[in-house]
Write a protein that binds this ligand. Sequence first.
Ligand SMILES: *[C@@H]1O[C@H](CO)[C@@H](O)[C@H](O)[C@H]1NC(C)=O
Ligand SMILES: *[C@@H]1O[C@H](CO)[C@@H](O)[C@H](O)[C@H]1NC(C)=O
Ligand SMILES: *[C@@H]1O[C@H](CO)[C@@H](O)[C@H](O)[C@H]1NC(C)=O
Ligand SMILES: *[C@@H]1O[C@H](CO)[C@@H](O)[C@H](O)[C@H]1NC(C)=O
Length: 504
Amino acid sequence: MWSNICVLFSLFGCIYSRPNVLFLMADDLRVQLAFNQDAPQQPFVLHPGMLTPHLDQLASQSAVFHRAYVQQSVCNPSRASALTSRRPDTTKVYGSDSYFRTSGGNFTTIPQYFKDNGYLTLGMGKIFHSDTSEVKHSDPISWSEPFYTAPNHKYWKSRKHGSHKAVSRIEQLSHPLPDRQVADKAREALRSMPEGAQSGQSPFFLAVGFHKPHLPWIYPVQMHQHYPLSSISLPNNCFAPVGMPAVAWHKADGFYRYSDIANLEASTDYNATNVLPARIVKKLRRAYYSSVTYVDSLVGELLAELDAQGLRNNTIVTFWGDHGWHLGEHGAWSKQTNFEMANRVPMLVSYPPITNQTSININKPVEMVDLFPTLTEMALSSSLDTCPENSRETQLCSEGQSLLPLILSRGESLWKEAAFSQFPRSKNTIMGYSMKTHEYRYTAWVQRRKNGQPNWNKVKAEELYDHTRDPEENFNRVAESYYGKTRRQLQRKLRRGWRYVESV
Ligand SMILES: *[C@@H]1O[C@H](CO)[C@@H](O)[C@H](O)[C@H]1NC(C)=O
Ligand SMILES: *[C@@H]1O[C@H](CO)[C@@H](O)[C@H](O)[C@H]1NC(C)=O
Ligand SMILES: *[C@@H]1O[C@H](CO)[C@@H](O)[C@H](O)[C@H]1NC(C)=O
Ligand SMILES: *[C@@H]1O[C@H](CO)[C@@H](O)[C@H](O)[C@H]1NC(C)=O
């Protein structure tokens, strides 16, 4: 459509203009940004002074997906899924150690697709997994040039800094923060893009993955001033949902192991009496918020560079988080749950020719597997086939849908009625399948057979949250007779899965 406008005729025929892609990611970023405030049923209490001016500005020129869901709420599985447009049951990536090319299949990724289509593809920071040059973390085949890892990532990842730290100006100079290094590298890349990037004759795909707000919350001390402790509120619901099955809980060992947290000897169980003191909870929330504002400032730098290089009009900018984070809601910390707080993420798609006027607010449930077909359609007018039931040998296909019709209709077109996520427990012997519809979240914790298939005759536990009455998910309604019919309907839909979801 608008992208494949033939701009030039030459002896060699027609040269097409193709937009660039700036693919921005943040780690552990929950839906707590001001631009999400307008969404109905916003279940989260926003920090009154949360400062993300650059993302707000980007959102004002974007399609804003207020209900975007990752397919599994932990880094490697979520990223492998989004970047291949296949769900964890296809990538077979459920934990930090797997690599989709060896566990699921040799699938084409988003950047690899653009590279195959003549784009210069550059990656830096945390995209697939940890910020290292190891093959399973950087996926070299996706990039035109060697993947850039932040030299100081290892230094600042060390647990010796504790769970959080406001880094002084002097220390920022002696040991620059990894996200600073990544942003500098990205700006340098934008400044040295080929001349044809502006006209669309030599387009680029630039993926920039920020580490924050992942633990440890290391951020420049300047961010601190925006968040006086007196302005920080505690979560509304410091208790586990009424009727929550134990399997839904995650103990967040990684978080509690930081020495400053470990010294407090708080319990990792739900509804424990010895929980983190309110004063500490506030400090931790402040550190998380400061880290978010830090990432926002770096996103702002990249967008300013894009403008300065005259590239903005011809660049699709996407921004998303790999999963959410519990900051004490339900008494929980970290991700790795099937709750709304862990599965729902900020997501923006901005492309001036269609989203420059005002933000396009979309409230239908969308999934991160939808991003790949969206980008191929927007940039190259090509659609991806839906993956067959067994796609191990199919290099290129999608288990999502292009969001473009939804964007062009400003959220009015027919669209799938549910988003699907999952999380394994008990060394992957149990899978928690979860589904978000307009009104409900329904989760079933199912025993897995030896071949990995769910055994729906062995449903270990269920959860049903009614978001119209209970957006914070404080009451599991699964045992209430009033919800009996709803529960049966939702279980039937969850069991049929994403492939047979209805459009509404
Ligand atoms: C994976 O696919 C790519 C092409 O997309 C190919 O170059 C590579 O050799 C394949 N790797 C394996 C292990 O088959
Ligand atoms: C947790 O505590 C709250 C408040 O006391 C209680 O209502 C809820 O039922 C408890 N949840 C579980 C799963 O025990
Ligand atoms: C983008 O396009 C608009 C409208 O055509 C134009 O006014 C503006 O100068 C362009 N900006 C850049 C950076 O090229
Ligand atoms: C901004 O959007 C309008 C309407 O969608 C379009 O006509 C115009 O060309 C766009 N401007 C730019 C710079 O892309």
